[in-house]
Design a protein around this ligand. Structure first.
Ligand SMILES: NC(=O)c1ccc[n+]([C@@H]2O[C@H](COP(=O)([O-])OP(=O)(O)OC[C@H]3O[C@@H](n4cnc5c(N)ncnc54)[C@H](O)[C@@H]3O)[C@@H](O)[C@H]2O)c1
Length: 303
């Protein structure tokens, strides 16, 4: 997809990765740029700067998402690219048990990372299918392909987001609907909160501008997975243990479940002790998972 003269919506567009996408989309010459965010004031300020339209929106509210889509279509015509980018991150509470976040945190993660993508697709699909084209960019995370220690609700719902994106791509590929999942590791935004990103930062920390550049390239090539690999790798972590496990099942193209668990990427150190973590392994896992997923989504039409 080339973005010139296109109509684009970005949720969570007021800051971080979403803000970087909006700036880069404006440079590409989009015709309509809708910046939707829970923080309506920041969305309006960025929209003012980029000659876009700011929108105060809670992506968990389906009626509000549908109204925003209808207003955008009325103002600019068909939405060409809908970027579901809004996200939240909570560390697991207490002793960092995978079960320790309360149910309302799990529910919020589910609504922001999964249901919001469904609401956007539900609102946009009718017009996209009738026109025979449309594009969804879902900001997921490398945590949706591997995992992210101590953020079970985040990592689990990001996995689910990839599941929905695959369903969307597979079911509606023949309708002309395209889907990309943006899966960066650590990015220097408010979400990272000035930390080293823990496991996500093993391979370095990217800037929102680098992410936006990769998105332009990924959209141009219409890749299902937009995966960023950072070159810097001299990261240490003060986390007491870091385990990265990736697993994927793709009966369609590999004929079996490829379960990836490499013990040598687990680094365990006593609480509070700084221990250098071996970098590079997450990237290898990501590359492998990426190949499987790309194959899966590319082979979808023969299902
Ligand atoms: N920063 C990272 O290291 C990193 C890595 C991988 C993926 N991501 C993903 O990138 C996306 C953007 O995050 P970011 O890093 O730019 O963080 P950020 O905190 O800068 O941006 C998130 C934006 O989403 C908005 N938002 C949150 N809940 C919302 C809701 N209910 N409705 C509408 N807007 C809402 C926030 O107001 C904020 O502007 C998220 O989906 C995140 O999971 C981030």
């Amino acid at each position: 997809m080339e973005l010139r003269d296109k109509v684009v919506v970005v949720t969570g567009g007021a800051s971080g990765i979403g803000g970087g996408l909006c700036r880069r989309f404006r440079e590409e010459g989009v015709r309509g740029l809708v910046i939707a965010d829970l923080n309506g004031d920041s969305a309006a300020a960025l929209a003012n700067e980029l000659d876009g339209t700011g929108y105060s929106l809670d992506v968990r509210d389906e009626a509000a998402v549908a109204a925003m889509v209808a207003e955008t279509e009325a103002a600019f015509g068909q939405i060409d690219l809908f970027c579901s980018n809004a996200g939240i991150l909570n560390l697991d509470e207490g002793d960092y048990w995978a079960t320790s976040s309360p149910n309302d945190v799990w529910q919020r993660n589910w609504e922001v990372h999964v249901m919001a993508h469904i609401y956007a697709a539900r609102a946009c699909l009718p017009a996209m299918i009738s026109r025979g084209e449309g594009y969804f960019l879902h900001t997921v995370s490398a945590a949706g392909l591997l995992t992210q220690p101590y953020t079970a609700a985040y990592a689990t719902t990001k996995h689910a987001a990839i599941g929905f994106a695959e369903s969307l791509a597979i079911t509606h590929g023949d309708d002309g609907v395209k889907v990309s999942c943006l899966c960066p590791q650590a990015v220097d935004t408010a979400m990272l909160g000035g930390t080293d990103g823990g496991a996500a930062g093993l391979d370095g920390i990217l800037s929102p501008e680098q992410v936006a550049e990769a998105v332009i390239e990924g959209l141009r090539e219409e890749r299902f997975l937009i995966l960023l690999i950072s070159r810097s790798s001299s990261i240490t972590s003060t986390r007491r243990k870091t385990t990265i496990v990736g697993s994927v099942a793709c009966a369609n193209c590999v004929g079996a479940c490829a379960h990836l668990h490499s013990p040598d990427i687990c680094s365990r150190a006593p609480r509070g002790q700084t221990k250098p973590l071996r970098a590079g392994h997450p990237q290898r896992l990501l590359r492998l998972l990426c190949r499987v997923r790309e194959h899966h989504s590319g082979g979808s039409h023969s299902l």
